[in-house]
Design a protein around this ligand. Structure first.
Ligand SMILES: [Zn+2]
Length: 454
């Protein structure tokens, strides 16, 4: 298990514990009469879900990045500065980590509210139907029974629609009761004994419907928290940690002369064929299967659930091989050897036909094809470069610097700070703010003051 998988497993476990507590509390508030929307909102606040998500996703990002950086480089950066760098926009979305966290937290709430509401709506309909059935046939004598089949069909439909939120046993019990009412209704005549039997069956049905709707609502809540909301949280953790791993990987190997290329390695749990199979198996640059020159390596992860990673390829491993940049031809050669099923998975059904007819190139049609072939610069690169130049007085600077040490250095080197306002970070909160570096000469940050220190 690699570090990313370890982190994701830990995230999943932590979510399981949090989710259980959340489910219980929401149920408690709903039982007390609160609406699901209000209950979810209140519980997310009570249990600090936003902070929890932030802390756990950040943990996954930092640990995965540190592992990919290697001990030496990782040791040169504090977790806080690493996280800060990895929180800035880097993918196509242009969003910061905190914007993504915010979006995910709101999606998590919405997933719960919608799932539970859907079941409650179904329950309301069926409860009304059961009540109408009882009101129409539960008292006194039997009048027209023409409405009966419609009511019973409505109840049966509810069991089908609520299937996912009922156990097979619960379903069976309710369906059996409906059948019983149906059978008795067919032989219903206006005599007291038959009628009393029917009334008993109706009473039983009312009880079972009440029990069933309650169970279905509880199960809907459980599924919503444990599956739907979890999916949102885990997808964010997975994508962000995988992206951080890639960022750290190129920060580590990008400038290393002994590493000449990167090899795309398929994630261990890679259920369906997609562009990743092509990245991992095609010899697109004539350097070997899955091997990309550093300046032409596709962005990793390739798509939201991608767990593929890169491995460094050393210069010595490529001896005797000549790079070919004819990616179109090289890709065609690989695609032609693949089964129709794999070609379709990569190019799409229509795309495959057009490609086969020679009307389009594979790169025009390949789904999830990276739009940043080797153009990304690591968000950590500048930070690591600064560290390398970090000398003498500056080498002792901590990320959270004290005003005292700023003044001491300025005095030593006769730097005039009079007339400018400089912002330094005194705590972890302020480090998230601006003034890391500033374009305004009157209002500058720590990087402007000591560019080689951080
Ligand atoms: Zn992949």
């Amino acid at each position: 298990m690699d570090e990313l998988q370890r982190q994701l497993a830990a995230f999943s476990k932590a979510y399981g514990e949090k989710g259980k507590a959340i489910t219980e509390r929401i149920q408690q508030l709903m039982d007390a009469g609160m609406t699901v929307t209000k209950a979810v909102q209140q519980v997310f606040q009570e249990y600090d879900v936003a902070d929890w998500l932030d802390a756990n996703v950040s943990q996954a990002i930092v640990s995965t990045a540190q592992d990919a950086l290697g001990a030496e480089l990782a040791g040169a950066l504090s977790s806080a500065e690493l996280l800060k760098a990895l929180s800035t926009p880097w993918d196509g979305s242009g969003m910061t980590l905190s914007q993504k966290l915010h979006g995910a937290e709101s999606d998590m709430r919405q997933a719960i509210v919608e799932t539970v509401k859907r079941q409650i709506r179904r329950n309301n309909t069926v409860q009304k139907t059961a009540q109408a059935l009882y009101d129409g046939y539960g008292y006194g004598h039997v009048t027209g029974t023409q409405e009966l089949p419609r009511y019973l069909d409505e109840l049966t439909r509810w069991t089908r629609r609520s299937q996912e939120n009922l156990t097979p046993e619960e379903l069976k019990v309710i369906q059996k009761t409906i059948r019983k009412v149906k059978a008795q209704a067919d032989g219903l005549v206006d005599d007291r004994v038959t009628y009393n039997h029917f009334k008993t069956a109706l009473n039983e049905l009312m009880d079972k419907v009440e029990y069933g709707t309650e169970k279905a609502a509880q199960k809907a809540l459980k599924t919503a928290v444990e599956e739907k909301s979890r999916y949102v949280a885990e997808r964010l953790a997975r994508t962000e940690a995988a992206r951080a791993r890639y960022d750290a990987f190129i920060a580590r190997h990008g400038e290393d002369e002994s590493v000449a290329a990167y090899q795309w390695k398929l994630g261990s749990r890679h259920p369906a064929e997609d562009i990743c199979d092509m990245y991992a198996n095609a010899d697109l640059y004539g350097l070997g299967k899955g091997v990309f020159p550093k300046d032409a390596a596709p962005v990793n992860p390739a798509h939201p659930h991608c767990l593929c990673h890169y491995a460094p390829v050393y210069r010595s491993e490529l001896e005797g091989k000549k790079r070919s940049d004819d990616v179109e031809t090289n890709g065609n050669a690989w695609l032609k050897k693949q089964s129709l099923h794999i070609r379709q998975a990569i190019l799409g059904v229509k795309g495959e036909q057009e490609w086969k007819a020679g009307r389009v190139g594979w790169m025009d049609k390949a789904q999830n094809l990276s739009d940043m072939f080797g153009k990304a610069e690591s968000r950590l690169y500048r930070m690591l470069e600064r560290r390398k130049k970090n000398i003498d007085d500056l080498s002792d600077f901590k990320v959270l610097i004290k005003m005292k040490s700023v003044k001491a250095i300025c005095k030593k080197y006769n730097l005039k700070t009079h007339g400018i306002s400089y912002k330094i970070q005194l705590d972890k909160g302020s480090i998230k703010g601006g003034y890391y570096g500033s374009a305004d000469p009157k209002n500058i940050g720590r990087i402007d003051l000591f560019p080689s220190a951080f």
